[in-house]
Write a protein that binds this ligand. Sequence first.
Ligand SMILES: [Zn+2]
Length: 314
Amino acid sequence: MRINQNYALSLSLATILVMAGGPGALRAGEPGPDADPKIWPLQLRQDMTRLANVAWKLRKSAGNLCLGKSAATGLTFDYIGAYSDSDGPLLRQVLGLTDMPQVAAVVPGSPADLAGIEVGDDVLAVGKVSVSRIGESADDSDLLADELEKWLAATPQTQQIELLTRRGQNERVVVIRPVRLCATRFVLKTRDGKKAFSDGENVALSTGMIRFAAIDDELALIAGHELGHVINRDREAKSIGERRRMEDRADALGAALAHCAGYDVWRSADFWVRYHKQDRLRWFRVPTHRSGKARARQLKELQVSLTCPVALTN
Ligand SMILES: [Zn+2]
């Protein structure tokens, strides 16, 4: 299949800072020989939902540490144009996708949830602007879901959003009052093994990484680490020593963000032991992160002294 480009963040390789993962085998849409071929769209939905929920809490917990804030609704969209034509019938059958962008995830308690929007609702227009017109402003019309999310995020402060939605045969206008959260976008990538990275503005996690995180506390630790890089404005390091200091700082800030978002750092710290174990050659390729055991130990030591709200230490 053509991979779900909808969530393939257009990060240029030159700007990618931190490759936290190694080559992995998992690719969305490529189930094993015994797997039910209908399962992959549902798995992908589960990945999108987990990431959306964790990202929401982390963006909240980051408070004013982020460089900017954007309008947050709690909505994640999916769009059939991002998939290959041959996947179309399955996606229509399993997910109920139509030719319009569909609500793929709604964060519980978010403005969209409070407004009554549900997973499976189609979105036809934002205010007086049809979604097809919004699609015209995208570089690639297949990326309509992505463009719609950016469009909503750019809603000016104090302005409410009127979405024309469709559920079954019923169209209705839903009014959403967005909240302002840390502007960092969290994006799902379907291609790249077990990876997490940031580009100074966005955070991207692969489906392989999301599935390797057995519990959301672990997912929050990984995503928090990358958000830590964004907040710390980490750039190209001049030496391995400097890079390591950046990684330590991102681990510490990420743990604080996860803790203040309600996740259990103690419970999730051993993730790095498991993660480094499954890719033993990793250290030779990326000698900038400490060993899994050292990272887990540091996080557990740190966990005792974490306070909220999160404050930058340097
Ligand atoms: Zn890092």
